[in-house]
Design a protein around this ligand. Structure first.
Ligand code: FEO
Ligand code: CA
Ligand code: CA
Length: 663
């Protein structure tokens, strides 16, 4: 998540991802982001598509050629005619495709769900409706179907200023948000978590099956179990839970995954924002909490739910920051927080079966200067026996990545007793290693990265893609081969090639696929191919998807009027041959939104995308030019009705007349 800073009466919920990492750079040097921001704010004066033309006009050494020519000249695997980059109130998809709204915040999921009534929302209603800020999207087929299945969707966080009427005042061009009351906090908690919902394609269009047998809402209050090596440890016990294994809720679920055995995994990312209070002086958890940024106080839940106040429950933060696994085939099942996969700011958990049957989960820790991890199960996947796979995530090896200058990398095991992970260094056992996975990575010498987001294996090519979204705090003397740009405002993408093509290997080779940003601005140092058009480049790669044919699609977080003069969107990226590093814009989001969740149906005939926090911002977009909030949003997407707020929503993209999205 990245969105506009807001002045709140009590807590700035929108600053979660602006939290500085441990390598905070105190210099006052002008960043590349500042330079680019100035360029685009000047262009913004031109407004709309004129601004885009202005960008094209500044392109000097880069040859701008049409997308069709790009395909002919470079052998691009993508043939669609790309969308024009820009900013306006609505979404845009490439010509010849339909982009249909499938699920919006507040949509009823059950027979007894109240219809969405935003002016009179309640926690009870929200618990039976689609949650806020859809992020990860997964599809679990029913009876092997590509046209009938369960859609699983994370609800990462809430934007109070866009959700609730009557709580915002504007002063000096800034938003002030009234302090929360218990009822508002209860709604916020009910709008977090995830949704499991049956969907079916009829007549070429996807429909939600209201009251589907397996439909389920998971929220910040759903009872869950901690399992694996850290479960039951003293550091996970609270006054409400003497077992150290029973916890309520999951929060800030960013990306995630679907396992080979058909369960839904949800990554707990920026958990620090939900805690308030101060630890008692000299408390044993002080350094641990500081390494995770706890407490950050973006949300006011701790005023009403004492467990989110670290002065009252110092161990509660240790019960968040895990990967949560949900058995979607039983809507009464207890979700499990799998401690074997470590505790950090988990971005996602995409997985693949290795050659020998073990299952490999790729994990990013999204903070500046934090690490890339993977988890390899001890047991093997049994495709003939689903039940035998259901606890595979409780045993295995967690590794952290160390990148070498010569293009090699190593996966270093986080195993208690090995190397520096000993009692002398404060790790009494494996539970300590997992609870403080970041500190274990520090001691092992892992490579600090430019904010690892999705890490996605490609089963067709054997490659693994690492999205590194940006890091403007990287000083010039802290660059390395894998993070080669100082003040990296636009991010980059690394490819991993595991040794011998074995996803369970402990070493391999790496290459940079793409350095992002405007290739027409020499100081940016972007590396898109010369066939990439003025619409085709992007910054801030975040989520990504690989389609059934093995092609890469990248979703972004952080573009906008100020950063790049264009909204976030979904770009198709060539990875092979002469077309390598050619990118084309396929879909773009409305003003203020971030692009999440890209996912292709198993038959490649649908691309599901999640439009997160639409309307969050607008003051830097000339045609709106003022703060955006519930009563006065920069867009009322997707309903465009005067009595409806702007609503995050999942969109289903299909080809007009049917067929695969990309041919
Ligand atoms: Fe929630 Fe790292 O994006
Ligand atoms: Ca993000
Ligand atoms: Ca993300």
């Amino acid at each position: 998540m990245t969105h506009t800073p807001i002045r709140q009466a009590a807590f700035p919920t929108s600053l979660l991802e602006e939290n500085d990492g441990p390598g905070r750079n105190p210099t006052g040097n002008r960043t590349m982001g500042d330079i680019i921001a100035r360029r685009f704010s000047r262009r913004g004066l031109l407004g709309g598509s004129l601004a885009v033309s202005a960008i094209a006009a500044t392109v000097g050494p880069i040859a701008l050629i049409t997308a069709g020519n790009a395909r002919a000249e470079t052998g691009s695997v993508f043939s669609f005619d790309e969308v024009e980059a820009g900013i306006d109130e609505t979404h845009h998809v490439a010509a010849g495709y339909d982009a249909d709204i499938l699920l919006r915040w507040g949509d009823p999921l059950f027979a007894d769900s109240p219809e969405f009534d935003p002016a009179n929302q309640s926690a009870a209603a929200q618990q039976r409706q689609f949650g806020y800020n859809n992020d990860y999207v997964g599809y679990i087929p029913i009876a092997g179907s590509a046209e009938h299945g369960l859609l699983v969707v994370n609800h990462e966080y809430t934007n109070e200023h866009l959700m609730f009427p009557g709580i915002v005042t504007v002063a000096d061009g800034k938003l002030d948000i009234a302090p929360a009351d218990a009822a508002r906090v209860a709604i916020e908690m009910a709008a977090h978590g995830g949704t499991i919902v049956e969907i079916r394609k009829e007549g070429g269009k996807w429909q939600v099956v209201r009251d589907g047998r397996l439909n389920r809402r998971i929220t910040a209050t759903t009872e869950m179990q901690l399992t694996g090596p850290a479960a039951g440890h003293d550091r996970l016990k609270t006054s409400a839970d003497a077992t150290g294994a029973r916890v309520f809720g999951t929060i800030n679920n960013c990306a995630g995954g679907v396992t080979p055995w058909g369960t839904y995994v949800m990554a707990e990312e920026n958990i620090h924002g939900y805690f308030i209070g101060e630890l008692p002086a000299g408390h044993a958890e002080a350094a641990n909490h500081e390494r995770m940024g706890v407490p950050e106080g973006a949300y006011q839940w701790g005023n009403f739910e004492p467990r989110f106040d670290v002065s009252r429950e110092p161990n509660e933060p240790n019960r968040f920051g895990w990967i949560v696994e949900v058995d979607v085939e039983d809507p009464t099942s207890t979700p499990k927080k799998r401690t074997a996969l470590g505790r950090f700011k988990h971005e996602g958990a995409e997985s693949i079966v290795a050659r020998d049957g073990r299952v490999v989960f790729y994990l990013g820790d999204d903070e500046r200067f934090d690490y890339v991890y993977k988890f390899v199960t001890a047991g093997k996947f049994d495709p003939a026996n689903r039940a035998a796979n259901l606890d595979l995530l409780d045993a295995g090896t967690l590794y952290v990545a160390k990148f070498a200058e010569d293009g090699g990398f190593e996966w270093l095991p986080l195993v208690h007793g090995e190397g520096p992970l000993t009692a002398e260094n404060g790790f009494a056992g494996q539970a300590d290693v997992l609870i403080e996975a970041r500190r274990a990575g520090d001691l092992l010498g892992a490579t600090p990265m430019d904010r690892p987001e999705d890490v996605q294996p490609n089963g067709t090519t054997g490659t693994v893609y690492v999205m590194l979204t940006n890091n403007t705090k990287r000083a010039a003397d802290k660059v390395d081969a894998a993070n080669p740009r100082a003040k990296n405002a636009f991010g980059h993408i690394i490819e991993l090639f595991e040794e011998g093509g074995d996803f369970a290997a402990t070493r391999g080779r790496w290459e940079i696929l793409l350095k992002c940003g405007d290739p027409a601005v020499a100081e940016v140092g972007a590396s898109f191919s010369t066939a990439t058009t003025a619409n085709g480049w992007f910054g801030m790669p975040d989520n990504c998807a690989v389609d059934a044919a093995g092609r890469l699609w990248v979703a972004t977080d952080g573009n906008g009027a100020k950063a790049t003069g264009r909204t976030d969107g979904l770009w198709a990226v060539d990875t092979a041959g002469a077309a390598r590093a050619t990118s084309k814009l396929f879909f773009r989001v409305p003003v203020g939104a971030e692009m999440c969740g890209p996912l292709f149906a198993p038959d490649d005939q649908t691309a599901f995308v999640a439009v997160q926090h639409p309307g969050d911002g607008g003051d830097d977009w000339k045609p709106f030019g003022r703060p955006s909030y519930y009563e006065d949003p920069s867009t009322r997407w997707p309903d465009f009705k005067p009595d409806m707020p702007v609503r995050p929503a999942v969109v289903a993209i299909t080809r007009q007349g049917g067929g695969k999205i990309a041919v």
